[in-house]
Design a protein around this ligand. Structure first.
Ligand code: UDP
Length: 326
């Protein structure tokens, strides 16, 4: 298939581009490089350096006849979305509406959207399935849900086959492709960066949660597994309308468990300071992945913590200043 990947220079996007190429698909990338990295783009791939807020350039690119669009391009910092919500409503929502419109106009039959567990908010259930209540608690989650709704309405009306992949905690690295956000807010890169940069300190955000060791529980999923699910989504989903699918491991890991595995992988003990809770952090977020298996035939194969931490640590050691292209 000929596939357009928006945000193909970003973390999950770049790994997905690699997987799509390995599966024999023709890939073109659309990215404005506001957060993506030029060195994450394979040489020789058609690259459209443009913005989702520019409908004319979207129309020109989409006229190149794609069989599928995989849409990652978005700002993704929860805290920033609280501080500057219109940046998220403007770029992420308006940009996605432009993209879906251009894809429909060009007759693209398949669309895969990067959604998030943030659409669920703080559900009070052990494992979250796709029928759980949608109650996002911050602008980032609300904008992801708004895009899902727009896509669902458009797909229902036109017969487009659309999938919303709701990621839990993306992590790990894939060879030379790794996680490099500015600022870095995520747990695993923060732990590892504290060993790379002596000025970088990470802390545990709360150990008084109602969990066995008091720290928050999350569902950590290797970026390679996430990427594979996107390939399966464009190949397998042929149902008109929007199909939402969780991507996780169905296994919860606490912050302390992550730190323990990181200590083994790095070969040094961590003794982080515990500070107060970070606002908006639910105690536990773990996905049911039964639907992903049933619809996509997908199962995580690289998401054990040793593989995740080992791959991420190798990447940070090889890229001590990240991609170093800002
Ligand atoms: N966390 C932490 N210290 C950090 C970064 C994160 O204790 O420096 C905790 C955070 O409170 C949450 C978990 O690690 O319980 C995962 O946070 P992350 O930001 O990686 O992902 P989120 O689940 O918030 O999307």
């Amino acid at each position: 298939m000929k596939v357009l990947v928006t945000g193909g220079a970003g973390y999950i996007g770049s790994v997905t581009v690699r997987r799509l190429l390995e599966h024999g698909h023709d890939v073109e990338i659309f990215d404005d490089f506001s957060t993506g990295h030029r060195s994450a783009v394979p040489a020789g791939l058609p690259l459209h350096d443009s913005s989702l807020l520019d409908p004319e350039s979207l129309a020109i690119v989409l006229a190149r006849r794609f069989d599928a669009v995989v849409h990652f391009a978005a700002f993704s910092l929860v805290g920033e979305s609280v501080a500057n919500p219109l940046k998220y409503w403007g770029n992420n929502v308006a940009g996605s509406v432009n993209l879906v419109g251009a894809a429909l106009e060009a007759g693209v039959p398949r669309f895969v959207f990067s959604s998030s567990a943030a659409v669920y908010g703080e559900p009070d259930v052990e494992t979250i399935d796709e029928d759980a209540r949608l109650a996002p608690v911050n602008p980032y989650g609300r904008t992801k849900l708004a895009i899902e709704w727009a896509l669902a309405d458009a797909a229902r009306q036109t017969g487009m086959c659309a999938t919303a992949l709701r990621y839990f905690n993306a992590c790990g690295a894939d060879g030379a492709l790794g996680e490099d956000h500015a600022p870095e807010t995520h747990l695993i890169p923060r732990i590892l960066l504290s060993r790379i940069d002596p000025n970088f300190e990470f802390q545990i955000f709360g150990d008084d949660y109602p969990t066995p060791d008091g720290t928050c529980i999350r569902d950590y999923i290797h970026v390679r597994d996430l990427a594979e699910a996107h390939v399966k989504a464009i190949e397998a989903v042929d149902r008109p309308g929007l199909t939402p699918i969780n991507l996780g491991t169905a296994t919860g890991r606490s912050v302390r468990e992550i730190i323990d595995v990181a200590s083994r992988v790095v070969g040094e003990d961590f003794a982080p300071v515990v500070r107060g809770r970070r606002s908006g952090d639910p105690a536990r977020l773990v996905a049911s992945n039964a639907k992903a298996e049933a619809v996509l035939g997908w199962r995580p194969v690289a998401s054990d913590l040793e593989t995740i931490l080992g791959d991420a640590w190798r990447w940070h050691q090889e890229h001590p200043r990240g991609y170093d292209d800002r």
